[in-house]
Write a protein that binds this ligand. Sequence first.
Ligand SMILES: Nc1ncnc2c1ncn2[C@@H]1O[C@H](COP(=O)(O)OP(=O)(O)O)[C@@H](O)[C@H]1O
Ligand SMILES: [Mg+2]
Length: 238
Amino acid sequence: MKKIVGPNIVNLIGVFWTANNLYIITEYCEGGDLREYMKKLGREMPEHQAVEVLRQIICGFKVLVDSKLIHRDLKPENILIKGSAYKIADFGFARTVESSDNTLLNSMVGTPLYMSPQILKSQPYTVKSDIWSIGLIFYEMVYAKLPYPARSQYELIQKITNSPLQFHFSISISEEAKEFIKQCLQPDERKRLDCQRLINHPILSLSSPEKPSNKVNGFASSVDNKAKLLIQKIQMII
Ligand SMILES: Nc1ncnc2c1ncn2[C@@H]1O[C@H](COP(=O)(O)OP(=O)(O)O)[C@@H](O)[C@H]1O
Ligand SMILES: [Mg+2]
């Protein structure tokens, strides 16, 4: 955890031991986690807001990729909120790999609903299993439900394998967002987005809509969003 530092990572402050316990001190995220936030919202998130959260998650994910780490338990409960920052937390299942894109792992860890089909079926998997989870988190933000709700691991595998990915009619999202979800939720790892294409994905440069009712505020918020986007790009480069 000491190696991974960034605005979209829950940063480590220190570690100490007593006779029976290990204490891990991290920065405090007063806004709670993304699961609690979505529960309170009680409905789908507006797309531009979901894209902003996604952009921050991917910014944090890039730090993991650069440190050759696979998280293996990305889900809304492990995305913490501090002010307006969304941060990746809970490195309990993370592990290092030699080359992030193609090292194959076998162990079964994570939370079934967010696990990639490779982990679910105990097949070898790579860092792309985290990209599956990121696609699921984004789907859940924009639709307020999961694409494959299931009560058992068997049912989940059956649904992922046999039912095509469905986009709900009642909520309309952009074609770019649908395309992004399709590319992340490819059951076949070889067809799934890779880290580089995820980090540079065009969906991340979609700007948020201006408020039509108030031109001055609309202008200010669009400038704010452009500034935020630039700051994040600079952070990513740094
Ligand atoms: N630094 C923190 N700031 C605020 N809440 C936190 C922090 N760390 C953990 N939490 C809360 O505790 C929950 C469990 O912590 P987590 O590190 O994910 O451990 P676990 O392995 O038990 O899932 C998180 O989902 C979050 O709600
Ligand atoms: Mg957790």
